[in-house]
Ligand binder design. Structure first.
Ligand code: SF4
Length: 311
């Protein structure tokens, strides 16, 4: 990096921090956001912890550095706050894999099933769900349901992971997937295992079942961070988005981490410091939904929050 760009970066960071203070705004950022975004954020976490924070932070302006569905979930939980997309074009491909109409059709085909939906869906889709979940609490939530049949959308890999814990339930999965975790292959993990035979293998449940089979532990991103911090092990193979490794290295200087280099989320990396500054300056783009959508979508999200974390 040249000195000029370092100066520019510093200038942007200073402006953001000052404007954030003037506006009394809070910046929330997902664990997969790039290092400089995490640096200016007030809180960094996984989907579940950020949803909980959005509801409880005292500030009335939230700049959310994450994909569309996370920002929209914040608005659903805090409808009276001004919730700003850091970048409106950061749209999660998995969230776009199912529409409200498609979910309605599934419900018509399986009228006796309860609908569990990943937070990685649109607000419209959430209106058709009984309860939401994240990778942290999906098993806990599906286990708790007093129904035999469960429609699980949109991640087929998370659905198949959940199925391992509830063999007595029929899980009807939508064929969606996270484009980042889907590209992590069994051969990638085996290659890392060969090079680092003593490393613990941490895998995210959005990975395909044959990759999950190789895991020593299967965890959400916050779950992985906690696990690594508390573990006596010194080496870890990490099967999730690349960025998490930087955080692990910073927090655990005595430990070694081996990522799958190609696991890079282009959606999350669309957010730049310039976007945050712009959002704080003009207080746009804002999330906006009709009262009806907020009311209907809030029910399954609140229900999920009552379960808390599962890892
Ligand atoms: Fe969507 Fe996967 Fe990227 Fe998360 S990591 S934003 S689920 S594509």
């Amino acid at each position: 990096m040249s000195f000029a760009s370092a100066d520019n970066l510093l200038d942007l960071v200073e402006k953001i921090i000052q404007l954030k203070r003037e506006r009394d705004a809070v910046i929330l950022a997902h664990n997969y956001q790039s290092h400089e975004i995490q640096f200016v954020a007030d809180y960094v976490g996984d989907t579940l912890s950020l949803a909980m924070l959005a509801k409880n932070v005292k500030q009335h302006i939230i700049v959310f550095c994450g994909p569309d569905f996370m920002v929209e979930t914040a608005k659903i939980l805090a409808p009276h706050k001004t919730v700003l997309y850091a970048n409106e074009n950061a749209k999660c491909p998995m969230a776009a894999m199912i529409t409200r109409e498609e979910l309605k059709t599934m419900k018509e085909i399986h009228p006796d099933a309860k609908v569990v939906g990943y937070l990685n869906t649109s607000a419209e889709c959430k209106c058709e769900m009984d309860v939401c979940c994240t990778s942290s609490n999906a098993v806990k939530i599906v286990t708790s349901l007093n129904t035999k049949k469960v429609i699980f959308v949109p991640d087929q890999n998370l659905a198949s992971y959940v199925k391992r814990f509830v063999p007595d339930k029929e899980i009807i999965a939508w064929p969606g997937f996270c484009t980042v975790h889907q590209m992590i292959q069994r051969s990638d993990i085996l290659k890392l295992t060969k090079a680092h035979p003593h490393a613990k293998i941490l895998i995210h449940p959005e990975c395909t079942p044959d990759v999950v089979d190789l895991a020593h532990v299967v965890l959400s991103t916050d779950g992985m961070l906690k696990y690594v911090a508390n573990s006596l092990e010194k080496e870890f193979i990490v099967g999730t988005e690349l960025e998490l490794i930087n955080r692990m290295m910073e927090d655990n200087p005595g430990k070694k981490f081996y990522p799958v280099e190609k696991a890079f989320c282009r959606t999350q990396k669309k957010i730049k410091l310039e976007n945050i500054l712009n959002a704080l300056e003009i207080l746009e783009p804002r999330v906006s939904f009709s009262e009806d959508v907020i009311e209907r979508a809030r029910h399954p999200v609140e229900k999920m929050l009552a379960f808390g974390r599962g890892d």
